[in-house]
Write a protein that binds this ligand. Structure first.
Ligand code: RB5
Length: 151
């Protein structure tokens, strides 16, 4: 069974704007619909404004999968993982991207536009979008996330 979602929501800040454009094109070529919440230029913006839109849409169930990009990917990860039900994975290698789906059922892939090159980013996206969650013992572990008390 294909793990590929029908649609993906994507957002970035200025630091990863060129990479977002490349990723968006790549996802379209995979036959997946893309909703882009911006940013739409290299002018300086605040990454939480975009992270909140993407993580909010995944958290609410409007989108099954999202992609977030900023300079390092760190800020976007921090924002996204505050949302209930969001499991955002910052990846810079193919093994981690694959495992983020197989074992963690990651629903947002986070990329650092100032850390990785375009060719690797596109491979990471493909891996993230085409790999299915294994379930089983891994689901039991994810269920424990919901028992963490808010601070
Ligand atoms: C923007 O300069 C930069 O701080 C942002 O893209 C990101 O790396 C934050 O984590």
């Amino acid at each position: 069974m294909s793990a590929k979602p029908a649609a993906v929501i994507i957002g970035s800040d200025h630091a990863a704007f060129p990479l977002k454009e490349a990723v968006k094109k790549h996802i379209g070529q995979m036959g997946i619909e893309v909703k882009d919440v911006g940013t739409f230029s290299a002018a300086s913006v605040d990454y939480p404004d975009y992270g909140i839109q993407v993580a909010g849409a995944v958290s609410s169930g409007e989108f099954q999968r999202g992609i977030l990009l900023c300079g390092t990917g760190l800020g976007m990860s921090m924002v996204a993982n505050r949302f209930p039900g969001v499991r955002a994975a910052l990846c810079a290698d193919i093994f981690s991207a694959r495992m983020s789906r197989l074992h963690n059922d990651a629903n947002i892939l986070v990329l650092g536009g100032r850390v990785i090159g375009e060719a690797l980013a596109l491979e990471l996206v493909k891996t993230f979008l085409e790999t299915a969650f294994e379930g089983g013992r891994h689901q039991a572990r994810l269920d424990k996330f919901d028992r963490i008390l808010p601070v």
